[in-house]
Design a binder for this molecule. Sequence first.
Ligand code: NAP
Length: 298
Amino acid sequence: MRSIALISNKAEPLECQDDFNGRLVAITGATSGIGYVTAREYASHGANLLVINRNEEKTLNLCEEIHRDFGVECDFMLADFAHISEVKKVGEELVNSDLNIDVFIHNAGVYLPEKTISDDGLEMVFQVDHLGSFILNYILKDKLKAQQKCRIILVNSEGHRFAILGLKLDDLTWEKRHYSGLKSYGSAKTAQLLTMIKFNDYFQDSGVTINAVHPGNVRTNMGEENPGFFKRVIIKRSYRPIEISAKSLYYIGVSKDIEGVSGKFFNLTYEEEPAPPALDRELAEELWDLSIKLGELA
Ligand SMILES: NC(=O)c1ccc[n+]([C@@H]2O[C@H](COP(=O)([O-])OP(=O)(O)OC[C@H]3O[C@@H](n4cnc5c(N)ncnc54)[C@H](OP(=O)(O)O)[C@@H]3O)[C@@H](O)[C@H]2O)c1
């Protein structure tokens, strides 16, 4: 493994040419952007898909397109990650199914420049980008362990580094601090990385791996409606073709080079050290307990 610095975002991802015929890949948020191109990438290598999206019409169109273009199966489940109950329902349906999931890509995410509180009373980016994937992984963890194989991929971000002061568990709804899109996004992605520490412990030597990936800075729907200064001026200048996201997420899910690798953060296909707040084990324990409580999972 080699490390690249945050600035060096020009690297080309390593590619995997192996096929994935007849394997099952679950992807959340496959209706646009990175999830969409990644779904097509896996399908183009023969994988069957289970997509978990919030929009039924877009999902039906997607599955029809995937089946037509690649002849693979595309099943779906619907859940709005802004509602904890909907995410739990999907998790429970999956646990009770006999599906054997080879790769699970947690991709659904939002970036919100204005603070938004969900119907569950949580800050929306924390809920969608962190709690959604946490709840699914938590509910599915025993099933995946019993399968003795699965690669879980968290679509994370270099943006976790925006949470310079770390994640503040005593102020998740930003009452005590000034909210900004970058800080809330950074905090949610930091939270996701912290829970990776605990899931990685849980899956040790089970055949199940969990890794996080920054999929490149690519033009998608994310933050387009109300981009804010940073995204408009800085991020957009560094946009790269979205194919690098799909190729990277295919490589991390399929390549033999990644066999057995777990608990790591990748920028595209290159391992990197996450920011210090995302490595705080004590905070990871606290967040784990809090997330179980918020999801009413105990
Ligand atoms: N674009 C980048 O440069 C970049 C960089 C680093 C990391 N990422 C990460 O990549 C992932 C995908 O983002 P993207 O850039 O591809 O953005 P995108 O085009 O906006 O796609 C986001 C996906 O998530 C779904 N989603 C959003 N809110 C949801 C909710 N409440 N419930 C269920 N699904 C929801 C969207 O569904 P709808 O189609 O219904 O809206 C869509 O399928 C995110 O986790 C993001 O943080 C992106």
